[in-house]
Design a binder for this molecule. Structure first.
Ligand SMILES: [Mg+2]
Length: 412
């Protein structure tokens, strides 16, 4: 079963209740986005199994209509296999420009609700409506109006999860599909999570699932019931992260202790910048600044954010969940650079502002990072820590930039 199918198996949703107080984190996900966009111009195919993807021998499924999914077809599946499962499906080759046009219309509508949203893919975003409630009404009301507006303007359907944190909102949007919205009241969060299979939790891959199974942990509720310290001992930093997720806590929502605890830096250019190497240079400078402050606090970051504002003030953002937590500029830079290149490829406009944010901060000592100190890769760490000393003594940033840049020639 795919993660989405897994997330759909769980408890009785009707018992969750309807109190949306404080459930200000939305996860919006367009329904079978690529297929739906194609069907706008091919209404005769509505209700039929349709697959968007490459038709050639090595093609893969980009997206499948719900009718095709009934046959077991899903995204990223080899097309040959999909055609075996569903031989009568209509196959449409992807038409790229079209998707970003519709995507932009959708996120322009989201931006009218609040600037506090994080687009994570062409058809998916987290939206923090805490600042919009007073102006626009409760989270559930904002959601139904936004979905209606998207449908009216694009003819496309969006499903939305409404919850107190990102992790719960994401699981809720999956269960809201198709064309629905699902509220998980703060008080019902654990009840919602408990019956779900452990592998529905973001971050639990095949290996982690097997390890959990060996300890008899099969449901999210099983993980929520163990001691956090145990999860940390067995799975390291990842264990702490997952244990928190099993309670519906992440660094963006209900967890008041770490909420808003992030370290960020941004830079506004004197003139809009088009040049990739200049953008990368600035990204490096910002990650250096942020990493220095993360180290000074004795922390490591588990997620990173990139803020990317265009000359017309359109603000795009990307969030990257790190494989392993870090306090190093070099690793932050390498994690964010592909996201920045991706944004630049999507929007051929000059950039006005660039920002970097380190979030999901945890103590260096419990992060598991310590255990890697012996590894060869730590020459990079020593160099950065040495720069911290230089900065303490001389208070200059120029030295660090120059040294970092010499390690990072603007390689393509
Ligand atoms: Mg989608």
């Amino acid at each position: 079963m795919s993660r989405k199918q897994l997330a759909r198996s769980g408890g009785d949703l009707s018992r969750l209740g309807a109190d949306d107080t404080g459930a200000t984190m939305l996860h919006l996900d367009m329904d079978s986005f690529f297929v739906s966009v194609e069907l706008l111009s091919r209404p005769e195919l509505l209700g039929r199994p349709v697959i968007v993807g490459g038709r050639s021998g090595r093609g893969v499924v980009v997206s499948a209509s719900y009718e095709a999914r009934e046959f077991g077809v899903h995204a990223a599946m080899p097309m040959a296999r999909a055609m075996n499962l569903c031989p009568f499906a209509e196959v449409i080759p992807p038409s790229h420009g079209l998707y970003s046009t519709f995507s932009q219309t959708v996120f322009d509508l989201v931006a009218q609700v609040t600037p506090d949203f994080w687009q994570v893919s062409v058809d998916e975003a987290y939206i923090d409506v805490s600042g919009a409630v007073r102006r626009l009404g409760s989270p559930a009301l904002i959601t139904s109006e936004l979905r209606a507006e998207i449908a009216a303007r694009t003819g496309l359907r969006a499903s939305v999860g409404i919850a107190g944190s990102r992790v719960v909102a994401k699981l809720a949007s999956t269960r809201a599909k198709p064309n629905g919205q699902l509220l998980v009241p703060l008080a019902s969060t654990q009840e919602f999570l408990d019956p779900m299979p452990i592998e529905a939790l973001p971050g639990v891959g095949e290996k982690t699932r097997e390890a959990f199974f060996r300890y008899g942990i099969r449901l999210i509720g099983d993980l929520a019931a163990v001691d956090e310290a145990w999860a940390g001992r067995v799975f390291g930093a990842h264990g702490h992260h997952l244990w928190r997720g099993a309670h519906g806590w992440d660094s963006h929502g209900m967890d008041r202790q770490v909420k808003d605890r992030s370290i960020s830096a941004e830079h506004t250019f004197g003139e809009d910048v088009w040049d990739l190497s200049q953008l990368e240079h600035e990204l490096l400078r910002l990650t250096d600044k942020v990493a220095h402050r993360v180290r000074a606090d004795g922390k490591v970051a588990t997620t990173l954010g990139l803020k990317y504002r265009l000359g017309d003030f359109t603000t795009l953002s990307r969030s990257v969940t790190l494989e392993a937590p870090t306090d190093l500029a070099q690793e932050m830079y390498e994690a964010l650079r592909p996201a920045m290149r991706d944004l630049r490829a999507q929007r051929s406009k000059g950039v006005r502002l660039l920002g970097v944010r380190a979030a999901g901060l945890m103590d260096f000592t419990v992060s598991g990072r310590q255990a890697r100190l012996d590894e060869a890769e730590h020459s990079g760490r020593e160099a950065e820590v040495a720069l911290d000393d230089v900065r303490r003594k001389f208070g200059t940033a120029a030295i660090s930039q120059a040294s970092l840049l010499s390690r990072h020639p603007n390689s393509e």
